[in-house]
Design a protein around this ligand. Structure first.
Ligand code: ADP
Ligand code: DP6
Ligand code: CO
Length: 360
């Protein structure tokens, strides 16, 4: 039995300018462009193996060991069909290659962190899926333009996934092609080596599955929130400003915009009817600690030294220059004494630890 197989790991990304809202649900076209930082895959990643074989009878995925029929899942099947189409084009030019595009696939994926808990598992998950299929099908991946092309397919699995295909600072341009979404893709703003001093601390407040999925939450926001209409008119300016801050390595402005956008996103979630609460008391305590830390830094004549951001869940990500990280971790452990285990932040961009309420 001839089996072709490819295994890849993909990291999560955490947005500084959030994607929240679709203008086209089925193509996954966003109502605004967004910008994120891709975290090191040493800690949070999805690892996906794709296999194909003439004898397979069904397209199947095992996600964290649980079987899913790909053909019954619109996002998985859209992503797979888009990849198969590209393989068909490859085969059309190479008549001697096996027609693996016609074979079924078996895919096995594991997340090494909580799934659907607001830590961007759909981003690393669909990025790993698209990338492993691109490898399986021998598609070109060496050029940034190839990755941007691939991001169109990952996007149709989960919007935020398109940004996880690049490292460093990544923009997802909303695009103008409303018919096919051919220009709603990810582009790298700067790679990780451009500004390696920035590290990220992931504070896992809760690994419970969130009550309202990102997909359902943003759909409800688009339908009901007036504040959301205000947001989408102004968010592109914020994106331009943060891009400039990144290119100038201006952490103070980067931090200001990141925190403001996180707060605005959660305000929009609250303005949704019925309201969506993604933050909890521990999340708010982390906001208070970081705010106080920045206030003291400013009083000392310095600038902001840390930026919190929260996706659709209570877990915090704190961006900060590596030189401040030790101090920040010390502070977090002081206020949230049960939080451990923390990994050595020295060599990594991301540190994960558990946080248990302890701030009251
Ligand atoms: P999160 O905040 O973790 O991104 P979402 O609600 O956006 O939560 O998405 C969670 C969904 O993403 C899962 O229910 C599953 O359908 C999909 N997903 C997560 N991980 C993977 C993976 N490794 N491979 C394929 N799909 C995945
Ligand atoms: C708050 O990409 O998970 O994390 O496209 O419906 O799968 P779907 O949603 P998803 O939404 C992510 C929302 C966010 C912000 C962000 O990552 O930009
Ligand atoms: Co998600």
């Amino acid at each position: 039995m001839f089996i072709k197989q490819a295994t890849v790991s993909a990291p999560v990304n955490i947005a500084c300018i959030k994607y929240w809202g679709k203008r086209n649900e089925s193509l996954i076209l966003p109502t605004n462009s967004s910008l994120s930082v891709t975290l090191s895959q040493d800690h949070l990643c999805s690892t996906t193996t794709s296999r194909t074989c003439a004898e397979y009878e069904e397209n199947l995925l095992w996600l964290n060991g649980k079987e899913v029929k790909i053909d019954n899942d619109k996002r998985l099947s859209t992503c797979l069909q888009a990849m198969k189409k590209q393989r068909e084009r490859y085969e059309a030019d190479r008549p001697n290659e096996p027609k693996v595009s016609q074979w079924k696939v078996h895919i096995c994926s594991e997340n090494n962190f909580p799934t659907a808990a607001g830590l961007a598992s759909s981003a690393s998950g669909f990025a790993a899926l698209a990338y492993s299929l691109a490898n399986l099908y021998d598609l070109p991946l060496s050029d940034p333009a190839d990755i941007s092309d691939l991001s169109l397919n990952a996007r149709q699995g989960s919007g935020s996934a398109c940004r996880s295909l690049f490292g460093g600072f990544v923009e997802w341009q909303m695009g103008r092609d409303d018919l096919h979404g051919s220009d709603s893709c990810a582009l790298q703003v700067a790679d990780h080596a451009f500004w390696p001093e920035i590290h990220a601390l992931v504070c896992i407040v809760s690994d419970d599955k969130k009550g309202t999925s990102s997909t359902a939450g943003m759909q409800r926001t688009v339908e009901t929130s007036a504040l959301f209409q205000h947001r989408i008119q102004h968010v592109e300016e914020q994106l331009e400003d943060i891009k400039q801050a990144i290119l100038k390595k201006d952490f103070d402005t980067f931090a200001k915009i990141t925190m403001r956008d996180s707060n605005q996103f959660h305000a929009v979630a609250l303005d949704t009817d019925p309201p969506i609460f993604y933050l909890n008391d521990v999340s708010r305590a982390i906001i208070a600690v970081v705010t106080e830390y920045n206030r003291v830094s400013n009083a000392e004549g310095g600038k902001r030294k840390a930026a919190y951001t929260f996706d659709a869940g209570p877990n915090a990500v704190i961006y900060a220059p590596a030189e401040s990280m030790k101090e920040i971790i010390g502070m977090i452990i002081q206020f949230f004494p049960q939080s451990e285990p923390f990994k050595d932040p020295f060599l990594n961009d991301v540190i994960e630890g558990s946080l248990v309420p302890g701030f009251n």
